[in-house]
Design a protein around this ligand. Structure first.
Ligand code: GLC
Length: 432
């Protein structure tokens, strides 16, 4: 157990990190390695800020949605000024938007956080601020349902591994191995200047990332062209579940704000996902797995996002029992919850990014879903481990699930935010 003095020290340190990464209305994930505003990072940052400065929490969501494209997409990186420390920067993407941005999105956690903020502070500012965000969130969700699920299957695809937020998960290996890299223009990456190469994606992975971006850029970021003919289009359980949860929260907001006109549309999205998400269940893996929509092939490993079915509120008793058994097995195989990929799978890699390490933000979503569905012991394990990782190693980008070693960037915004909003022992007392 973390003693109260130590917890208070970490609360203060987390708040300091959030403030140090504040660039005036938006945060960067960490200085240098990620010098811009990132999409789901900002949603988590808002949850952290809500603990120390409510106004600043709203602002984080507002600046994120300022970058929305005319077609509704909310980009995964917003380039408010060019920074040579980061590749690929605005010149590669050529978004043609103000501010410039990347051409993909990221898991839409923002509607859920908007609801959290709205319900925590029904004061005179929460109502107009939520009202102003609502149509933007609605348009963003509509873009996902129309452009990333063009056949209405109830599963949401990603058009680039980065859109999943789990950049180099083994879930994308098969589909990425077929991406043609023969026309990749020469480039120089910057990430390995700052972080040990063993933790980052390989050169071959990087070439494929760039080849997929070039396709999007060359078609002027035409979403339907990307969905129909792009080199990579894979249904992601992570995105499908985060969006299903976010749609439920958007529906609750619509009710609270009197946005009657939107209700039917959102209910339709929820019904479609409830009917379709089960198609991602892979009985051999005992998990919800990614599926390549070009050839129907499912991935074969247990990723941490499989456990987000609870957070999504998906009701499928047989799959839920098997999914919980997979979670229990995976947790028995490592000291710290929750490995991003199955520690007993040959592709597990304890330090390389999304191929094994534990990420506090995913833990937060998994833990929340487990608690809501009454799996108190598992939820306690996930939350307790998250606190222990931070307490022992510091506010790192991610952690080795076997040893607890911190890895990637340090002084990380979303790790600090997750501490403040959820993992700090002050919340245990409240919910025990
Ligand atoms: C990495 C992560 C992504 C995150 C970004 C900024 O690219 O894979 O999920 O949003 O870093 O923290």
């Amino acid at each position: 157990m973390i003693n109260p003095e130590r917890a208070a020290e970490l609360d203060a340190q987390a708040a300091q990190i959030m403030q140090a990464n504040d660039r005036g209305g938006f945060t960067v994930p960490t200085a240098r390695l990620y010098p811009y505003q990132w999409n789901w990072d900002s949603a988590f940052a808002a949850r952290g800020f809500a603990q120390i400065d409510k106004d600043r929490a709203w602002q984080e969501l507002e600046t994120l949605l300022e970058a929305q494209w005319p077609n509704g997409m909310v980009p995964h990186i917003i380039f408010r000024r060019d920074d040579p420390d980061y590749f690929p920067g605005p010149r590669i993407w050529q978004s043609g938007t103000t501010p410039p941005s990347s051409g993909y999105s990221q898991p839409p956690v923002a509607a859920t956080v908007t609801r959290d903020l709205f319900e925590a502070g029904p004061d005179e500012t929460a109502m107009p601020r939520a009202r102003a965000l609502f149509p933007k969130l609605l348009a963003w969700h509509r873009w996902f349902h129309e452009q990333r699920d063009p056949d209405g299957q109830g599963v949401i695809a990603i058009a680039h591994p980065w859109e999943s937020g789990r950049d180099n998960s083994p879930d994308w290996d098969e589909a990425m191995s077929r991406v043609d890299t023969s026309k990749v223009e020469p480039y120089e990456r910057r990430d390995t200047d700052q972080i040990h190469a063993e933790m980052r994606p390989t050169k071959a992975d990087y070439d494929r990332y760039i080849a997929v971006i070039q396709f999007g850029r060359d078609c002027g970021w035409d979403s339907m062209e990307i969905a129909r003919n792009g080199p990579f289009f894979v249904a992601d359980p992570g995105l499908t579940f985060v969006l299903l949860r976010a749609d439920r929260d958007l529906l609750a907001l619509a009710d609270a704000l009197g946005e009657r006109a939107a209700v039917g549309e959102i209910e339709g999205w929820i019904a479609r996902a409830e009917a379709g998400a089960g198609s991602l269940w892979n009985p051999e893996a005992g998990a919800y797995c990614a599926r390549d929509l070009r050839n129907g092939l499912a991935s074969d490993g247990v990723s941490s996002v499989s456990f987000l079915s609870l957070y999504a509120g998906l009701k499928a008793p047989a799959q839920e029992t098997a999914n919980i058994a997979s979670l229990t097995r995976v947790l028995a195989a490592c000291r710290f919850a929750v490995p991003s990929f199955d520690p007993e799978h040959p592709k597990f890699d304890s330090l390389r990014y999304w191929r094994g390490p534990a990420w506090c933000v995913v833990n937060e979503l998994i833990g929340r879903g487990l608690a809501e569905r009454g799996y108190g012991d598992l939820a306690g394990r996930v939350r307790g481990d998250t606190g222990a990782l931070i307490e022992q190693a510091g506010f790192y980008e991610y952690f080795c699930p076997l040893t607890g070693r911190g890895a990637g960037g340090g002084d990380f915004t979303w790790t600090a935010a997750t501490w403040l909003a959820w993992a700090s022992p002050k919340h245990f007392a409240a919910s025990a």
